[in-house]
Ligand binder design. Structure first.
Ligand code: AMP
Length: 387
């Protein structure tokens, strides 16, 4: 078991470097468009402030190439100032003397927000110099940036190797949820996959092939599976180099007696218009699952005790092709199953459908939750001390 912040004793007055994932969308005025990632972090911050540590908060924001005033952490510091009145300061540097002086002046129970980690090119390169500068700021390191745990960056992987460390409540929760699903599986376990490409989800499907009772495949990736079955997919998206892998998965599933459910009808783009079709032909691009498919998938979902879902079931960004994804989101919410939704697109689809509060767990990290679903070890978590 990984050490969590609850296991850190006698930390009053200590300098704690907390890595958060505050990579939130901002508009041109610096207004935060979606604060989910910040609110998810508040319990950890609150707990550490109550332990009377000197809290040093750091995060990346966007993909800056050097300093970029539109990607400053200042708006996030302002958000936190409102939430923790009189306890938050902002430093417009990432590391260095000014930061050291500001930390020196802090009182226990206060926090300082550092500037965007990615303003320093050493962050993504995990450069030893940048790691050393970060490590010098603190006595203890806490990682709670779940969304970047699949990366080996200076502020997570690098600095964790240099300081006594622990995970925060957010990472702890993510790990517990995935452990619950994959190690203490409740049956029927239904896995739902969608999205554009099979290659991205291949490891994921292989991982659940040992555990799931049914696998629902929709979205663009379904067409590679339909092609593998010799079904005409018209001009729909297909990964020709993955057709053999798809055949392999279909065969393995048959051997293991696992149901694979694929679309039986579609909403297709035909001559520039959306049209409901049973069979796809040349000139048709399947972009959403059809009515019969929604019914078929929903029936399976309603029997499930446990569900994981990654990837939209159609091109949901286009209102003509979003019905399938929205209906499936509602079915997952309505089911009695313990449900986890992971991946940026699926999470935003669930939010848009208005049922987010009925899903047991919306995983906050896109790439990182995909890796956990694949049963992979996340490097930035691997380097955290175990108890
Ligand atoms: P992914 O990142 O692999 O989960 O893919 C998400 C993307 O898949 C979204 O942008 C969807 O628009 C897209 N997508 C879903 N279904 C289809 C489809 N039938 N054809 C093309 N793209 C799709």
């Amino acid at each position: 078991m990984k050490r969590t912040i609850r296991d850190l004793k006698n930390i009053e007055g200590k300098r704690v470097l907390l890595r958060c994932d505050f990579n939130v969308p901002l508009d041109n005025y610096g207004d935060i468009l979606d604060d989910t990632r910040i609110t998810a972090e508040l319990p950890t911050i609150d707990y550490l402030l109550k332990q009377k540590v000197k809290l040093i908060v750091c995060s990346h924001l966007g993909r800056p190439k050097g300093y970029d005033k539109y990607l400053s952490m200042f708006p996030i510091a302002v958000y936190l100032m409102k939430h923790f009145p009189n306890k938050v300061k902002f430093c417009n540097k990432v590391v260095g003397n000014e930061v050291n002086v500001a930390i020196e002046k802090m009182k226990p129970g206060e926090m300082i927000v550092l500037e965007n980690l990615r303003f320093d090119e050493g962050e993504e390169k995990n450069s030893p110099e940048f790691v050393a500068k970060l490590a010098r700021l603190a006595d203890i390191y806490v990682d709670d940036a779940f969304g970047v745990t699949h990366r080996k960056h200076a502020s997570n992987y690098g600095v964790a190797l240099k300081l006594p460390n622990a995970i925060g409540f957010l990472i702890e929760k993510e790990l517990n949820v995935f452990q619950k699903v994959f190690e203490h599986t409740d049956h029927p376990f239904v896995a739902i996959f969608g999205g554009a490409k099979v290659s991205d989800k291949l490891n994921l499907i292989n991982n659940v092939l040992d555990k799931a009772d049914a696998i629902i495949i929709g979205g663009g990736m379904a067409y590679t599976f339909l092609q593998a079955q010799g079904i005409n997919i018209g001009d729909s998206i297909v990964s020709l180099d993955q057709v053999d892998n798809a055949k392999d998965i279909l065969e393995k599933a048959k051997e293991k007696n696992i149901k694979i459910l694929l679309p039986v009808d579609h909403v297709a783009l035909v001559g520039g218009r959306a049209k409901k079709v049973k069979q796809l032909e040349k000139g048709m691009v399947g972009l959403d699952i059809g009515r019969k498919t929604i019914k078929l998938f929903t029936q399976e979902i309603m029997q499930a005790k446990q569900i994981i879902w990654n990837g939209p079931l159609g091109k949901y960004e286009d209102s003509r092709f979003k019905k399938g994804t929205m209906k499936i989101a509602r079915a997952v919410a309505k089911s009695q199953a313990y449900s986890i939704v992971g991946g940026g697109d699926s999470v935003s689809a669930v939010k848009e459908s208005g049922v987010a509060d009925k899903i047991n767990h919306l995983s906050t990290g896109g790439g990182a939750s995909l890796k956990l679903m694949e049963g992979k070890v996340l490097p930035a978590i691997e380097v955290i001390d175990t108890l």
